[in-house]
Design a binder for this molecule. Structure first.
Ligand code: ACO
Length: 323
């Protein structure tokens, strides 16, 4: 059996940090309101002219360095983003050119906040099918560009950033004690489009538009869908929640994260949380959190890590990985 093993992690956050207090100078909000409802205290915001491809390239280089792998070995780039530099070509192609590894496939995946789990699943399937030996999976976003900075109900929730992993094909004996991605589980429900979307696009309004969200409804669906998809991952592998060493959730909201962990009966010490410093970075949030916990030594080789996300579409998904 061929398995995709995470052999390196990387991240990049724009230099500029914007606190809740700074936002409170622009819209009618308070640090207390934001912290209490979301757990968010600050977020990174890209500089003028700094694009998703810039963030993605930094994160990719960091992941390659961590893996000790030269860019020339990368046979596939899958980049999850809802904020590409251009309508086309794909931001992944731009990153590929900058890394200097042209020739193999490079494309974007659009599943908003679930984008990284979707991209990971796509790359995993390329590797399992024997088509690729080494893949870069990137989640990169500049949500600051699509926020309505006059809408206090959304602009306080998001930030910019990028994270990446390097996947490598490894032959495994086939038991679930082996290293690598054990399974991925993806879902979508397009009937919920209007609860979370960007009100523009090349084919409809010929504009980029702004993020629109019915927060309370999204919250309600997130809790239900995430509980379902983490259960699915655990049961598909014949495991129980107590086998999970680390939960690395999409970082949208501390209350959603806590709710999912509680339903799973995973204690807070086993949940990687970055939302207070990164806010919601959409497709970048999981690889950013994973990178942090791998690099600070919390996540150790051999440990079982459960990734989960939910986002616009709706889309949702999970991945179970032995590091
Ligand atoms: N500052 C102060 N007051 C605010 C702000 C703000 N930034 N935003 C909204 N309010 C007000 C509202 O206007 C409302 O006032 P009203 O009662 O006078 O009308 C009041 O606060 C309560 O608003 P609600 O929207 O009902 O507040 P809620 O408790 O639902 O919290 C929140 C809002 C934080 C957006 C929550 O619904 C949430 O987290 N939803 C999930 C959304 C999410 O995380 N989406 C990310 C993408 S999808 C995903 O990744 C899961």
């Amino acid at each position: 059996v061929t398995r995709s093993v995470i052999v390196g992690c990387g991240a990049y956050l724009p230099q500029r940090v914007v606190t809740n207090a700074e936002l409170a100078e622009k819209v009618e909000t308070t640090d207390d309101w934001i912290v209490e409802r979301t757990g968010i205290r600050s977020r990174h915001i890209a500089a003028d002219g700094e694009t998703t491809a810039d963030l993605a390239t930094h994160a990719a280089r960091d992941a390659l360095a961590h893996a000790g792998i030269d860019a020339s070995e990368v046979g596939l780039i899958v980049l999850a983003t809802a904020t590409p530099d251009n309508t086309f070509p794909a931001t992944a192609a731009k990153v590929q050119a900058r890394l200097g590894c042209v020739g193999g496939p490079a494309f974007d995946v659009q599943a908003v906040c679930s984008g990284f789990v979707y991209a990971l699943a796509v790359a995993d399937n390329f590797i399992k099918a024997g088509q690729v030996k080494t893949a870069l999976v990137i989640g990169a976003e500049t949500f600051s560009r699509i926020l309505d900075w006059n809408d206090r109900t959304t602009c306080v929730l998001f930030g910019d950033g990028a994270g990446a992993v390097v996947l490598r094909a490894e032959e495994a004996a086939g038991t679930n004690r082996d290293r690598g991605i054990l399974s991925t589980h993806l879902h979508s429900d397009g009937t919920q489009h209007d609860l979370l979307y960007v009100d523009g696009g090349p084919s409809s309004t010929q504009t980029v538009g702004h993020l629109r969200m019915t927060g309370r409804e999204v919250f309600r669906h997130a809790v239900v869908n995430l509980a379902q998809v983490v259960k699915e991952a655990i049961e598909a592998n014949g495991l129980t929640a107590s086998d999970i060493d680390w939960l690395v959730p999409h970082q949208a909201n501390k209350r959603i994260i806590d709710g999912t962990a509680k339903k799973l009966n995973v204690s807070a010490e086993r949940v990687v949380v970055t939302v207070e410093r990164h806010a919601n970075t959409s497709a970048a949030s999981i690889p950013l959190a994973l990178n942090e916990a791998v690099k600070d030594g919390r996540i150790q080789p051999g440990q079982l890590v459960l990734l989960e996300a939910m986002g616009g579409g709706f889309t949702w998904g999970s991945a179970l990985v032995r590091m």
